[in-house]
Ligand binder design. Structure first.
Ligand code: ADE
Ligand code: ZN
Length: 347
């Protein structure tokens, strides 16, 4: 039976490395949690989910975060998020959560991590799609809050708290403009000393030099977005040479930051791939930008004329960029090879 490109690319086994748990919250879940917790949305959702720029988007993201108030709320979100991912052919994810606002308002990090783990464990048992967590620093709160809150994470590790093994790295998100990433060096040093992986949002709304700081001062092993790298040919050459992964989110960039990214056609992604960068494909905030990973693979294939073999290579590149161990990477590459051979045969 002939299948559509969308169906084929949804069934292709994939990993995802740049997706915010809060940004996977479906509209129905948002309404339910808002009602339960007595939070009033500032506008109807279809109006709210239209963005002029990153700062307007972040206001909405912060509102979405505000409806998560108990361990059970986080568990429900995490469970639903795994089910959505699995239905998109996702076999493994490394997912951000950004608890700064919750910690500031008195919620315990132990409850958040435990709730996320409860939901993810239930989702994994049901689907087999695996998830690890990345603790994101919210840059908007500044470096001293980052240090203080990261210490809470490290304390949970020392206590072997429920679910903490699922958190394998740190990142940072939120505002880029006007923020010097190097002020977060102490937090990144502490994370490295504790054996955590490190990544960071950079080059979505900041120039190439900020990417360089994230690599050289913060010790990031990956860069989230990284689209401004193309401004600096020497930096591109270095990232290609060292195969430092970039977790790129083309459709989300167009929806979230139309000031900077006017269309998929004008997006840097094909130039990044053509330059030999390890540019992986991701959704960022799928429920807030009307997206899924199957749809993103389809958007990119259509926009840049990529055939199935290129899309399979993008899926393999995602695996290469994970923080999974070598055995797990080999297993995931093999699953992609096996299923893509069947899909190629069927097409
Ligand atoms: N938080 C959620 N999505 C984000 C994005 N695209 N950029 C920065 N912070 C974010
Ligand atoms: Zn992001």
């Amino acid at each position: 039976m002939p299948t559509s490109l969308r169906d084929t690319l949804t069934r292709l086994p994939k990993v995802e490395l740049h997706v915010h748990l809060e940004g996977t919250m479906l509209a129905d879940t948002l309404s339910e949690l808002a009602r339960k917790n007595g939070v009033t949305p500032p506008a109807p959702l279809d109006e709210m989910y239209r963005y002029a720029n990153l700062s307007g988007f972040l206001d909405v993201f912060w509102f979405v975060q505000s409806v998560l108030q108990t361990r059970e709320d986080w568990a429900m979100l995490a469970y639903e998020s795994v089910l959505q991912a699995a239905s998109n052919g996702v076999i493994y994810r490394e997912v951000f959560f950004t608890p700064a606002r919750h910690l500031r308002s008195g919620m315990s990090l132990a409850d958040i991590v435990a709730g996320v783990d409860d939901g993810m464990s239930a989702g994994e048992r049901e689907t087999g799609s695996e998830t690890r967590m990345i603790y994101d620093i919210d840059r908007d709160f500044g470096p001293s809050v980052a240090d203080e809150q990261l210490e809470m994470l490290l304390e949970l590790r020392r206590r072997a708290a429920h679910g903490i093994d699922r958190v394998i790295g740190i990142g940072m998100d939120s505002t880029e403009r006007g923020v010097d990433p190097s002020v977060f060096a102490p937090a990144y040093r502490a994370a490295k000393a504790a054996g955590l992986h490190r990544t960071g949002h950079q080059g979505e709304d900041s120039p190439a030099w900020a990417i360089e700081i994230a690599l050289d001062v913060l010790g990031c092993e990956r860069i989230d977005h990284g689209i401004s790298v193309l401004e600096d040919a020497a930096l591109v050459a270095r990232l290609v040479d060292e195969q430092i992964p970039l977790t790129v989110c083309p459709t989300a960039n167009v929806v979230i930051n139309p000031d900077k990214c006017v269309s998929l056609d004008a997006h840097a992604y094909p130039a990044m791939r053509a330059a030999g960068l390890l540019a992986t494909l991701n959704t960022d905030d799928p429920a807030l930008v009307g997206l899924s990973l199957g749809a993103e693979y389809t958007n990119v294939a259509n926009a840049y004329g990529y055939g199935l073999s290129t899309m399979v290579q993008i899926a393999h590149d995602g695996v290469t960029a994970t923080w999974a161990d070598d055995d797990d990477k080999r297993r995931m590459h093999a699953v992609i090879d096996e299923v893509s051979a069947e899909l190629l045969h069927a097409g």
